[in-house]
Write a protein that binds this ligand. Sequence first.
Ligand SMILES: Nc1ncnc2c1ncn2[C@@H]1O[C@H](COP(=O)(O)OP(=O)(O)OP(=O)(O)O)[C@@H](O)[C@H]1O
Ligand SMILES: [Mg+2]
Length: 234
Amino acid sequence: MPVILKEVQKTYHLDSVDVPALSDISLEVRPDRFTVLSGPSGSGKTTLLNLIGCIDRPDAGDIVIEGQAIKDMSDDQLADFRARHIGFIFQNFNLLPVLTAYENVEYALLLSQVPAPQRKARVRDLLDAVGLADKGMHRPGQLSGGQRQRVAIARALAPAPRLVLADEPTANLDSQTGAAIVALMRRMQQEHRVSFVFSSHDPQVLAEADDAVFIRDGRITSIERRGEPARALA
Ligand SMILES: Nc1ncnc2c1ncn2[C@@H]1O[C@H](COP(=O)(O)OP(=O)(O)OP(=O)(O)O)[C@@H](O)[C@H]1O
Ligand SMILES: [Mg+2]
């Protein structure tokens, strides 16, 4: 799902002080790509991710998602669009502790009109795909950090979103587990043909990027477009 940002600006207001977070951001997030937002702490990565994911709106500039300008959409329309098309993987996983791994993934589908047999099959397929077929009955507290992150990935993909966003998805993982999670996300991105956009400091995540967007002090300093469609033939 293409997302286009044109001269986007975002300033936070804190106790009558203006905190500029993003200035003059123009970026095309290409469909079916693995895009990584990279930059030092405080450079604006989370802010930008929240704008791309329609969690927040810019102060100035335009964001066009699937050909539709978000400034023309009401908050309700935007929330509905987000629920149907965008999956989120949070840094602290945001799994519900009282639900099992299976139920956490299924939960993402309960709001949709998927009939129960298909729903159950989809949850099992996703848990299987992330290597947790035998952990469905475990609660998050009974899983390792890497396993929890796998549940979060399965959950984000459950409603078949067009775009999946993750804020520092490997930050809480050791490097070996992080590498396995990056490889898994890459495989899921290709198999499900969705756009993935991540923020990360992690060189392992950056190395997998088709498109790397470098940010500093709220501005894009460079964009590396690496993965052209020819890559799929290699
Ligand atoms: N809710 C907020 N209110 C005020 N200022 C904020 C708020 N959220 C972020 N900021 C400021 O906006 C700037 C960008 O923050 P942001 O969280 O986007 O950075 P980041 O690149 O994600 O950093 P990190 O790598 O540490 O997560 C920072 O100067 C930050 O202090
Ligand atoms: Mg951040």
